[in-house]
Design a protein around this ligand. Structure first.
Ligand SMILES: NC(=O)C1=CN([C@@H]2O[C@H](COP(=O)(O)OP(=O)(O)OC[C@H]3O[C@@H](n4cnc5c(N)ncnc54)[C@H](OP(=O)(O)O)[C@@H]3O)[C@@H](O)[C@H]2O)C=CC1
Ligand SMILES: Cc1cn([C@H]2C[C@H](O)[C@@H](COP(=O)(O)OP(=O)(O)O[C@H]3O[C@@H](C)C(=O)[C@@H](O)[C@H]3O)O2)c(=O)[nH]c1=O
Length: 303
């Protein structure tokens, strides 16, 4: 039987990567929606969509991800990251649909000194992290059969907005840039996460809802990450390391947010790419995409 998969938030980074990778998968039928086609804050709409399209699996890539803005938009962040996840879980449970949901390292407070396991104490420092944790809790409490939460961190892609693209843009315009060097974690190429989900998580054996951690291998600070981006992107911009105290932001961020990935690696016997190798692939793709769009613009002007 061909399973029908619904991907929500499909115009975002992870959703777009899943869309591209799904083109080579013939044993599933994918439906991609973003807020215009299916607003996940409306439970009735979710239910009608699941029934009308005979959905077997939901991959929820929809979220409110503007970390600083969330501090002043708590209600909206809560609706999308918390209540909508509750609705998805309720519908998944009632209709026997598998739910794969994505969460974040920001559910931890970053005061630890060794990689966080899925069971370690949660204590989010900011509104985004708090709303994501409430979403996790709702899903685990409703406990739809076969549900999986994948926590990840520092996600980037050639699609959407992210730290890599911000650094490449600033690197083009500025001679010098200050970047925080005392917050450490692990970057994640959304394509690697998408590939992991599609290859391993669509045929669950778990009855109880469970949590996995997935990021690229290795560890770095935002400063190390920025240096590597400038180097691979061949930007002249000098990156200067600064402490968090020198870069005030509305939302507080964890100092240490490395996630322990042993469970997903052991359960599925997978090798995860090192962050620098994946970053290289992503930057090459960004460069190809931008030269293709320049060629397209030139061709249009010549007409
Ligand atoms: N980005 C990161 O660094 C990290 C992300 N994550 C998690 O990974 C998941 C995927 O993140 P990522 O791909 O980066 O997110 P993006 O912000 O790139 O994409 C999220 C998508 O969801 C859409 N969306 C927002 N509200 C709704 C709604 N009510 N109904 C349907 N769709 C909606 C957004 O639309 P619009 O843009 O119009 O709002 C956007 O297209 C999220 O759960 C996120 O919390 C975890 C760790 C790190
Ligand atoms: C642009 C910029 C950022 N920074 C710092 C601020 C911050 O501590 C860090 C990263 O900035 P960003 O705002 O891109 O990152 P942020 O939005 O906090 O990224 C987070 O997004 C959410 C959705 C997640 O779930 C997290 O895993 C994480 O990826 O870099 C600088 O030091 N210098 C700069 O020029």
């Amino acid at each position: 039987m061909i399973k029908n998969i619904l991907v929500t938030g499909a115009n975002g980074q992870l959703g777009s990567e899943i869309k591209q990778l799904s083109e080579s998968l013939s044993n599933y039928h994918f439906t991609f929606t973003d807020v215009d086609e299916l607003d996940i804050t409306n439970k009735q709409d979710i239910e009608s969509f699941i029934i009308a399209n005979k959905i077997h699996i939901i991959i929820n890539c929809a979220a409110y991800t503007a970390v600083d803005k969330a501090e002043s938009e708590k209600q909206l962040a809560d609706e999308i990251n918390h209540f909508a996840v509750k609705y998805l879980a309720e519908v998944a449970k009632a209709k026997h649909v598998q739910l794969i949901h994505i969460s974040t390292d920001y559910v931890f407070d970053g005061k630890g000194f060794k990689p966080y396991t899925d069971e370690d104490d949660k204590n989010p420092l900011n509104v985004y992290g708090k709303t994501k944790l409430e979403g996790e809790k709702a899903l685990l409490e409703i406990n739809p059969e076969g549900a999986v939460i994948v926590r990840t961190s520092w996600v980037y892609s050639s699609f959407g907005n992210n730290f890599v693209k911000t650094m490449l843009r600033l690197g083009e315009d500025k001679m010098e840039l200050n970047v925080i060097c005392d917050q450490v974690g692990a970057p994640t190429y959304a394509r690697d996460l998408a590939s992991c989900i599609l290859q391993n998580l669509l045929d669950p054996t778990n009855k109880e809802a469970m949590v996995y951690h997935f990021t690229n291998e290795g560890v770095c600070s935002w400063y190390d990450f920025a240096l590597e981006i400038m180097s691979l992107g061949e930007k002249e911009c000098k990156v200067k390391p600064i402490p968090t105290s020198a870069y005030p932001t509305p939302a507080q961020r964890p100092f240490y947010s490395l996630l322990d990935k042993s469970k997903i690696k052991e359960d599925y016997n997978i090798d995860i790419p090192y962050w620098k190798s994946s970053l290289k692939k992503c930057i090459e793709k960004i460069q190809i995409d931008s030269s293709e769009s320049l060629n397209f613009k030139d061709a249009k002007q010549e007409k």
